[in-house]
Design a protein around this ligand. Structure first.
Ligand code: GDP
Length: 302
Protein backbone atom coordinates (compact mmCIF):
# COMPACT_ATOMS: atom_id res chain seq x y z
CA UNK A 1 0.00 0.00 0.00
CA UNK A 2 1.52 3.33 -1.00
CA UNK A 3 1.90 6.15 1.47
CA UNK A 4 -0.41 8.44 -0.46
CA UNK A 5 -3.12 5.86 -0.46
CA UNK A 6 -2.67 4.93 3.17
CA UNK A 7 -2.70 8.51 4.39
CA UNK A 8 -5.70 9.46 2.32
CA UNK A 9 -7.57 6.42 3.43
CA UNK A 10 -7.53 7.82 6.94
CA UNK A 11 -8.81 11.33 6.34
CA UNK A 12 -10.67 11.25 3.09
CA UNK A 13 -12.37 7.95 2.64
CA UNK A 14 -15.56 9.43 4.08
CA UNK A 15 -16.01 11.08 0.70
CA UNK A 16 -15.48 7.88 -1.27
CA UNK A 17 -17.54 5.75 1.08
CA UNK A 18 -20.39 8.24 0.99
CA UNK A 19 -20.40 8.26 -2.79
CA UNK A 20 -20.19 4.50 -3.00
CA UNK A 21 -23.09 3.89 -0.69
CA UNK A 22 -25.21 6.42 -2.56
CA UNK A 23 -24.33 4.92 -5.92
CA UNK A 24 -25.00 1.39 -4.68
CA UNK A 25 -28.59 2.19 -3.75
CA UNK A 26 -31.23 -0.04 -5.30
CA UNK A 27 -33.05 2.89 -6.78
CA UNK A 28 -31.11 5.91 -7.95
CA UNK A 29 -33.83 8.56 -7.79
CA UNK A 30 -33.45 12.32 -8.20
CA UNK A 31 -32.94 12.83 -4.47
CA UNK A 32 -30.03 10.41 -4.51
CA UNK A 33 -28.40 12.15 -7.46
CA UNK A 34 -28.76 15.42 -5.62
CA UNK A 35 -27.11 13.90 -2.59
CA UNK A 36 -24.26 12.67 -4.78
CA UNK A 37 -23.87 16.21 -6.13
CA UNK A 38 -23.86 17.70 -2.65
CA UNK A 39 -21.24 15.23 -1.49
CA UNK A 40 -18.96 16.17 -4.39
CA UNK A 41 -19.46 19.89 -3.86
CA UNK A 42 -18.75 19.53 -0.16
CA UNK A 43 -15.43 17.89 -1.09
CA UNK A 44 -14.44 21.04 -3.04
CA UNK A 45 -14.63 19.40 -6.44
CA UNK A 46 -16.09 22.57 -7.96
CA UNK A 47 -19.36 23.11 -9.78
CA UNK A 48 -18.42 22.28 -13.38
CA UNK A 49 -16.47 19.07 -12.57
CA UNK A 50 -19.31 17.96 -10.27
CA UNK A 51 -21.88 18.41 -13.03
CA UNK A 52 -19.70 16.61 -15.54
CA UNK A 53 -19.08 13.70 -13.22
CA UNK A 54 -22.73 13.32 -12.28
CA UNK A 55 -23.69 13.41 -15.96
CA UNK A 56 -21.14 10.71 -16.78
CA UNK A 57 -22.34 8.57 -13.89
CA UNK A 58 -25.99 8.99 -14.84
CA UNK A 59 -25.21 8.03 -18.42
CA UNK A 60 -23.34 4.90 -17.36
CA UNK A 61 -26.06 3.89 -14.93
CA UNK A 62 -28.60 4.33 -17.73
CA UNK A 63 -26.58 2.32 -20.26
CA UNK A 64 -24.94 -0.32 -18.04
CA UNK A 65 -27.05 -0.27 -14.92
CA UNK A 66 -25.34 -0.80 -11.58
CA UNK A 67 -25.37 -4.51 -10.91
CA UNK A 68 -23.83 -4.59 -7.42
CA UNK A 69 -21.60 -2.56 -5.06
CA UNK A 70 -18.42 -3.91 -6.71
CA UNK A 71 -19.67 -2.68 -10.05
CA UNK A 72 -20.59 0.71 -8.55
CA UNK A 73 -17.05 0.94 -7.26
CA UNK A 74 -15.54 0.16 -10.68
CA UNK A 75 -17.70 2.77 -12.38
CA UNK A 76 -16.95 5.43 -9.77
CA UNK A 77 -13.25 4.63 -9.78
CA UNK A 78 -12.98 4.91 -13.56
CA UNK A 79 -14.85 8.18 -13.71
CA UNK A 80 -12.91 9.75 -10.83
CA UNK A 81 -9.55 8.74 -12.30
CA UNK A 82 -10.56 10.24 -15.65
CA UNK A 83 -11.56 13.45 -13.89
CA UNK A 84 -8.21 13.73 -12.10
CA UNK A 85 -6.63 13.22 -15.54
CA UNK A 86 -3.93 10.55 -15.61
CA UNK A 87 -2.59 11.93 -18.91
CA UNK A 88 -1.02 15.07 -17.38
CA UNK A 89 2.77 15.09 -17.16
CA UNK A 90 3.59 15.19 -13.45
CA UNK A 91 7.35 14.69 -13.64
CA UNK A 92 9.37 17.31 -11.77
CA UNK A 93 11.76 19.28 -13.96
CA UNK A 94 14.77 18.88 -11.72
CA UNK A 95 17.33 17.48 -14.16
CA UNK A 96 20.57 19.41 -14.35
CA UNK A 97 21.27 21.18 -17.65
CA UNK A 98 24.22 19.16 -18.83
CA UNK A 99 24.98 21.19 -21.95
CA UNK A 100 24.76 24.57 -20.27
CA UNK A 101 26.43 23.16 -17.16
CA UNK A 102 23.76 24.69 -14.96
CA UNK A 103 21.63 23.43 -12.09
CA UNK A 104 17.90 23.06 -12.55
CA UNK A 105 16.09 25.96 -10.88
CA UNK A 106 12.85 25.47 -8.97
CA UNK A 107 10.94 28.49 -7.71
CA UNK A 108 8.54 27.71 -4.88
CA UNK A 109 5.72 30.22 -4.42
CA UNK A 110 2.58 30.48 -2.34
CA UNK A 111 0.98 32.33 0.54
CA UNK A 112 2.67 32.21 3.97
CA UNK A 113 1.43 29.40 6.12
CA UNK A 114 0.55 27.07 3.26
CA UNK A 115 3.64 24.95 3.90
CA UNK A 116 6.12 26.40 1.44
CA UNK A 117 9.27 26.18 3.53
CA UNK A 118 8.35 22.72 4.80
CA UNK A 119 7.81 21.60 1.20
CA UNK A 120 11.20 22.94 0.12
CA UNK A 121 12.81 21.01 2.99
CA UNK A 122 10.99 17.80 2.19
CA UNK A 123 11.72 18.13 -1.53
CA UNK A 124 15.41 18.70 -0.79
CA UNK A 125 15.38 15.49 1.18
CA UNK A 126 13.82 13.55 -1.71
CA UNK A 127 16.41 14.93 -4.14
CA UNK A 128 19.32 14.22 -1.79
CA UNK A 129 18.07 10.65 -1.44
CA UNK A 130 18.32 10.48 -5.24
CA UNK A 131 21.99 11.49 -4.89
CA UNK A 132 21.52 14.98 -6.16
CA UNK A 133 23.46 18.05 -4.99
CA UNK A 134 20.94 20.60 -3.81
CA UNK A 135 21.22 24.23 -2.75
CA UNK A 136 18.46 26.11 -0.94
CA UNK A 137 17.80 29.82 -1.36
CA UNK A 138 16.01 31.78 1.36
CA UNK A 139 14.48 34.44 -0.85
CA UNK A 140 11.96 35.35 1.84
CA UNK A 141 14.07 38.14 3.28
CA UNK A 142 11.16 39.83 5.00
CA UNK A 143 10.97 37.52 7.98
CA UNK A 144 14.21 36.42 9.60
CA UNK A 145 12.33 33.48 11.05
CA UNK A 146 11.56 32.21 7.55
CA UNK A 147 15.23 32.13 6.58
CA UNK A 148 16.09 30.48 9.92
CA UNK A 149 13.46 27.83 9.34
CA UNK A 150 14.82 27.07 5.87
CA UNK A 151 18.39 26.95 7.18
CA UNK A 152 17.27 24.46 9.82
CA UNK A 153 15.80 22.28 7.07
CA UNK A 154 19.03 22.63 5.08
CA UNK A 155 21.11 21.50 8.07
CA UNK A 156 18.77 18.63 8.72
CA UNK A 157 18.90 17.39 5.15
CA UNK A 158 22.59 18.21 4.78
CA UNK A 159 22.48 20.86 2.07
CA UNK A 160 23.72 24.48 2.08
CA UNK A 161 21.29 27.40 2.38
CA UNK A 162 22.05 30.73 0.73
CA UNK A 163 20.51 33.68 2.55
CA UNK A 164 20.83 37.44 2.62
CA UNK A 165 20.44 40.22 5.15
CA UNK A 166 16.98 40.67 6.66
CA UNK A 167 15.05 43.16 4.56
CA UNK A 168 17.48 42.64 1.67
CA UNK A 169 16.57 42.08 -1.96
CA UNK A 170 14.98 38.65 -2.50
CA UNK A 171 16.08 38.63 -6.15
CA UNK A 172 19.68 39.12 -5.15
CA UNK A 173 19.50 36.10 -2.81
CA UNK A 174 18.03 34.02 -5.64
CA UNK A 175 20.76 35.22 -7.99
CA UNK A 176 23.51 34.39 -5.48
CA UNK A 177 22.06 30.94 -4.92
CA UNK A 178 21.91 30.13 -8.62
CA UNK A 179 25.46 31.43 -9.12
CA UNK A 180 26.68 29.42 -6.12
CA UNK A 181 24.87 26.40 -7.55
CA UNK A 182 26.49 26.83 -10.97
CA UNK A 183 29.97 27.33 -9.47
CA UNK A 184 29.57 24.31 -7.20
CA UNK A 185 28.15 22.25 -10.08
CA UNK A 186 25.05 21.56 -8.03
CA UNK A 187 22.15 19.75 -9.65
CA UNK A 188 19.17 21.66 -8.28
CA UNK A 189 18.57 25.06 -6.67
CA UNK A 190 15.33 25.32 -4.70
CA UNK A 191 14.21 28.89 -4.10
CA UNK A 192 11.83 29.59 -1.21
CA UNK A 193 10.00 32.90 -1.71
CA UNK A 194 7.93 35.24 0.44
CA UNK A 195 4.19 34.86 0.21
CA UNK A 196 2.79 38.21 1.03
CA UNK A 197 -0.45 38.71 -0.78
CA UNK A 198 -1.29 42.31 0.15
CA UNK A 199 -1.35 43.47 -3.41
CA UNK A 200 -1.21 41.61 -6.67
CA UNK A 201 1.09 44.25 -8.12
CA UNK A 202 3.55 43.90 -5.25
CA UNK A 203 3.59 40.14 -5.62
CA UNK A 204 3.97 40.39 -9.36
CA UNK A 205 6.88 42.82 -9.02
CA UNK A 206 8.65 40.66 -6.50
CA UNK A 207 8.25 37.27 -8.21
CA UNK A 208 8.79 38.84 -11.63
CA UNK A 209 12.05 40.36 -10.48
CA UNK A 210 13.28 37.10 -8.95
CA UNK A 211 12.47 35.31 -12.18
CA UNK A 212 14.13 37.90 -14.41
CA UNK A 213 17.27 37.96 -12.31
CA UNK A 214 17.54 34.17 -12.17
CA UNK A 215 16.99 34.00 -15.92
CA UNK A 216 20.25 35.86 -16.46
CA UNK A 217 21.82 32.48 -15.69
CA UNK A 218 19.30 30.38 -17.53
CA UNK A 219 15.67 29.31 -17.43
CA UNK A 220 13.57 28.77 -14.35
CA UNK A 221 12.66 25.13 -14.87
CA UNK A 222 9.79 24.75 -12.50
CA UNK A 223 7.48 27.12 -10.65
CA UNK A 224 5.71 25.19 -7.94
CA UNK A 225 2.68 26.77 -6.33
CA UNK A 226 2.06 25.54 -2.80
CA UNK A 227 -1.59 25.43 -1.75
CA UNK A 228 -3.09 24.32 1.54
CA UNK A 229 -5.77 21.75 0.73
CA UNK A 230 -7.74 22.63 3.85
CA UNK A 231 -8.45 26.20 2.73
CA UNK A 232 -11.03 25.42 0.05
CA UNK A 233 -12.26 28.42 -1.88
CA UNK A 234 -9.56 30.60 -0.36
CA UNK A 235 -6.96 28.28 -1.85
CA UNK A 236 -8.69 28.53 -5.20
CA UNK A 237 -8.51 32.30 -5.01
CA UNK A 238 -4.78 32.09 -4.28
CA UNK A 239 -4.36 29.78 -7.27
CA UNK A 240 -6.07 32.33 -9.46
CA UNK A 241 -3.90 35.24 -8.28
CA UNK A 242 -0.61 33.37 -8.53
CA UNK A 243 -1.63 31.97 -11.90
CA UNK A 244 -2.02 35.53 -13.17
CA UNK A 245 1.27 36.67 -11.69
CA UNK A 246 3.67 33.87 -12.61
CA UNK A 247 3.80 30.90 -15.01
CA UNK A 248 3.01 28.12 -12.58
CA UNK A 249 4.21 24.72 -13.87
CA UNK A 250 2.96 22.52 -11.06
CA UNK A 251 1.05 22.52 -7.80
CA UNK A 252 1.98 21.11 -4.42
CA UNK A 253 -1.13 20.43 -2.37
CA UNK A 254 -0.21 20.37 1.31
CA UNK A 255 -2.06 19.14 4.40
CA UNK A 256 -3.98 16.58 2.40
CA UNK A 257 -3.57 14.40 5.49
CA UNK A 258 -5.92 16.60 7.46
CA UNK A 259 -8.88 17.14 5.16
CA UNK A 260 -11.73 15.35 3.46
CA UNK A 261 -11.70 17.94 0.69
CA UNK A 262 -9.61 16.09 -1.87
CA UNK A 263 -11.82 17.39 -4.66
CA UNK A 264 -9.64 20.49 -4.73
CA UNK A 265 -7.12 18.48 -6.77
CA UNK A 266 -9.51 18.57 -9.71
CA UNK A 267 -10.63 22.15 -9.13
CA UNK A 268 -7.11 23.54 -8.99
CA UNK A 269 -5.91 21.63 -12.05
CA UNK A 270 -8.84 23.04 -13.99
CA UNK A 271 -8.22 26.55 -12.73
CA UNK A 272 -4.52 26.65 -13.59
CA UNK A 273 -4.30 24.12 -16.39
CA UNK A 274 -1.28 22.53 -14.71
CA UNK A 275 -1.01 19.27 -12.77
CA UNK A 276 -0.77 18.66 -9.06
CA UNK A 277 2.73 17.18 -8.93
CA UNK A 278 3.30 16.62 -5.22
CA UNK A 279 1.21 16.28 -2.10
CA UNK A 280 2.05 17.02 1.52
CA UNK A 281 0.84 14.33 3.89
CA UNK A 282 2.11 15.55 7.23
CA UNK A 283 4.66 17.73 8.99
CA UNK A 284 7.51 15.24 8.94
CA UNK A 285 10.51 15.17 6.61
CA UNK A 286 9.24 12.13 4.73
CA UNK A 287 5.67 13.33 4.34
CA UNK A 288 5.88 14.38 0.70
CA UNK A 289 4.70 12.12 -2.09
CA UNK A 290 4.41 12.32 -5.86
CA UNK A 291 0.80 12.71 -6.85
CA UNK A 292 -0.62 9.66 -8.58
CA UNK A 293 -4.24 9.87 -9.80
CA UNK A 294 -4.99 6.17 -9.40
CA UNK A 295 -3.54 5.92 -5.91
CA UNK A 296 -5.38 9.07 -4.98
CA UNK A 297 -8.73 7.73 -6.13
CA UNK A 298 -8.07 4.37 -4.46
CA UNK A 299 -7.38 6.32 -1.25
CA UNK A 300 -10.71 8.11 -1.61
CA UNK A 301 -12.60 4.91 -2.19
CA UNK A 302 -10.89 3.25 0.78
P1 GDP B 1 5.16 28.68 4.86
O1 GDP B 1 4.86 29.90 5.67
O2 GDP B 1 4.30 28.62 3.64
O3 GDP B 1 6.60 28.50 4.53
O4 GDP B 1 4.65 27.43 5.73
P2 GDP B 1 5.49 26.44 6.67
O5 GDP B 1 6.35 25.56 5.85
O6 GDP B 1 6.12 27.20 7.75
O7 GDP B 1 4.29 25.52 7.23
C1 GDP B 1 3.23 26.04 8.00
C2 GDP B 1 2.72 24.95 8.94
O8 GDP B 1 2.09 23.91 8.19
C3 GDP B 1 3.82 24.28 9.74
O9 GDP B 1 3.34 24.05 11.04
C4 GDP B 1 4.05 22.97 9.00
O10 GDP B 1 4.55 21.95 9.84
C5 GDP B 1 2.65 22.65 8.54
N1 GDP B 1 2.62 21.77 7.35
C6 GDP B 1 3.29 21.95 6.18
N2 GDP B 1 2.98 20.96 5.30
C7 GDP B 1 2.10 20.14 5.92
C8 GDP B 1 1.39 18.93 5.53
O11 GDP B 1 1.50 18.40 4.41
N3 GDP B 1 0.55 18.39 6.45
C9 GDP B 1 0.38 18.94 7.69
N4 GDP B 1 -0.48 18.34 8.51
N5 GDP B 1 1.01 20.06 8.09
C10 GDP B 1 1.86 20.66 7.23
Amino acid sequence: LSRLRARLAKSQSTLGKGLLSLLSKDRLDEDTWEEIEDTLLAADLGVAPTQELVERLRERVRVEGIADPAHARTVLREELVALVDPTMDRALRTDRHIDGNRPAVVLVVGVNGTGKTTTVGKLARVLVAEDRDVILAAADTFRAAAADQLTTWGDRVGVPTVRGPEGGDPASVAFDAVKTGADAEADVVLIDTAGRLQTKVGLMDELGKIKRVVEKHGPVDEVLLVLDATTGQNGMMQARVFGEVVDVTGVVLTKLDGTAKGGIVVAVQRELGVPVKLVGLGEGADDLAPFDPEEFVDGLLG
